[in-house]
Design a protein around this ligand. Structure first.
Ligand code: NDP
Length: 458
């Protein structure tokens, strides 16, 4: 048996890499993790966690306004951007240190350097040091892509920079209509910015259920977001007061910042993967089998770098399954079906399972149950807000295929709905569950007859 410096070297200390390293170390493996930035990865440092903190910051605007309907007299609220940035920084520093401590406690060595592959069992660090490893895990995540390729796109920022802008952007253009675009539109409009969105589609969030997409579009608009759909910028130029943006329809806009949120690309450039025969997709994603093994036997990859389902909990699950497979003697594949997901706009979206269109492609007949109602809070606050819920059911078997929610607490409900969906629950199981009153979630178990029945293609 050849001797290696390490049983496992993980490249990238994000959600997937950290979980894999800790679990592998728990199985007795000698593990090192290389990280050139901060331990925690995108989710902790410049993704989910700081984003959700900013979402919560934005929601206070609504709370101050709504409080009046409940008898409170609140003075004129003032928002302090640098105070939010500083508080966020403190929290993510705490989390990052906690992640690092947990790695160290588990016996994992942290190597604070950029790493690249020097062979199927060799890793080279930025300082020239080279180590050998029986197994290498690529967990580098993904990075923002600035699109479209127009003159001046380099003047735009990405989600990496927006969290720490030294000056609050009073006028903000957001290009793209995906998760990141709509979340930041919702955050910044609440914090007091004039937000413009520019996207090529008719509605944001391609791939989500159409009923949710349309409702989010309307909600963003009524929140004051200028929705420029079907039109993209063609040029961005610096001016004395900010940026001048020209659009395909010839219109102009002056803004303080332009955020390009047009997708992310797996961070495999310069890693040396192709040179040692690791097969990559055209977008740079590492091609892996169900157990996250690449085309080279000793090299595995998990998380966004594989571009499967690009969500933190999925990366964590993949990291854990990898460690079970490679070091725990328990070959484990991750099931990527029925992964719940949420978009933290206000109101938010929570969804699990098939959209109506996806279900139509796979089933012959569908029963669609939906409901739209005013949450209790909106009665006294007089906020024009509704909750929309939709359950997609296979008419032949009564099996619930998808649950889609737009409104207060949608993310929390989607998480819980993921359990019966995984268990193969039928609509009659939902109906048999007793309602809990007064809640928003009770509507999920009290939708009586289908709103409509539709034919699918299968
Ligand atoms: P998304 O893939 O969600 O959206 C990309 C957006 O950019 C789409 O609207 C797409 O348009 C548009 N786009 C892509 N290329 C171009 C182009 N060349 N010109 C113009 N528009 C373009 O990416 P995000 O960057 O928003 O987020 C990346 C990933 O991060 C997400 O897919 C998700 O997995 C994860 N994420 C998850 C969050 C959560 O769980 N709450 C929050 C944030 C991110 P079109 O639809 O027309 O293709």
């Amino acid at each position: 048996m050849p001797q290696f410096d390490y049983d496992l070297v993980v490249i990238g200390a994000g959600s997937g890499g950290v979980r894999a390293a800790r679990v592998a170390a728990g199985y007795g493996a000698k593990v090192a993790v290389a990280e050139e930035f901060r331990v925690g990865g995108t989710c902790v440092i410049r993704g989910c966690v700081p984003k959700k903190l900013y979402v919560l910051a934005g929601r206070f605007r609504d709370d101050f306004e709504d409080a009046a309907g409940f008898g409170w007299r609140v003075g004129k609220p003032q928002f302090d951007w640098p105070a939010l940035v500083a508080a966020k920084e403190q929290e993510i520093t705490r989390l990052s240190e906690l992640y690092a401590q947990n790695l160290t406690k588990a016996g994992v060595e942290i190597i604070p350097a950029r790493a690249a592959l020097a062979g199927p069992n060799a890793v080279r660090f930025a300082d020239g040091r080279r180590v050998s490893a029986r197994v290498i895990l690529v967990a580098m995540g993904a990075a923002p892509v600035l699109s479209p390729q127009i003159p001046g796109i380099e003047l735009a920022i990405s989600s990496n920079e927006i969290f720490d802008l030294p000056v609050f952007p009073r006028r903000l253009l957001i290009v793209g209509g995906g998760y990141i675009a709509v979340e930041f539109a919702s955050i910044f409009t609440r914090l007091g910015a004039r937000v413009h969105m520019s996207m090529r589609a008719e509605h944001p969030l391609r791939g989500f259920d159409e009923d949710l997409r349309r409702r989010l579009h309307t909600a963003l608009e009524s929140d004051g977001v200028d929705m420029r759909t079907g039109v993209l910028p063609t040029r961005i130029e610096k001016t004395a007061n900010g940026l001048d943006v020209t659009f395909q329809d010839g219109s102009h806009l002056e803004v303080d910042q332009a955020l390009a949120s047009t997708g992310r690309r797996p961070s495999t450039q310069g890693l040396g993967l192709e040179a040692i025969g690791v097969a990559l997709r055209e977008n740079g994603a590492v091609i892996v089998d169900a157990r996250s093994r690449s085309s080279v036997e000793s090299i595995y990859a998990v998380g966004d770098v594989t571009d499967r389902v690009n969500l933190t909990p999925v990366a964590i699950r993949e990291g854990h399954a990898f460690a079970d497979t490679a070091f725990g003697g328990k070959p484990t594949a991750v099931d990527h079906d029925n992964v719940p997901t949420a978009v933290f706009t206000t109101p938010e979206l929570g969804t699990v399972g098939l959209t109506e269109d996806e279900a139509k492609a796979k089933f012959a007949r569908l029963d669609i149950y939906d409901t739209s109602f005013r949450p209790l809070r909106a009665t006294l606050s007089k906020r024009a807000e509704t909750v929309f819920m939709k359950i997609v059911v296979d008419a032949a078997s009564d099996r619930v295929l998808g649950v889609h929610i737009f409104g207060e607490a949608a993310a929390e409900m989607a998480q819980l709905a993921a359990i019966p969906l995984r268990m193969g629950a039928r609509k009659s199981d939902f109906d048999a569950a007793m309602a809990l009153h007064p809640t928003i979630a009770e509507e999920l178990v009290t939708m009586g007859a289908p709103t409509r029945r539709c034919e699918g293609a299968a």
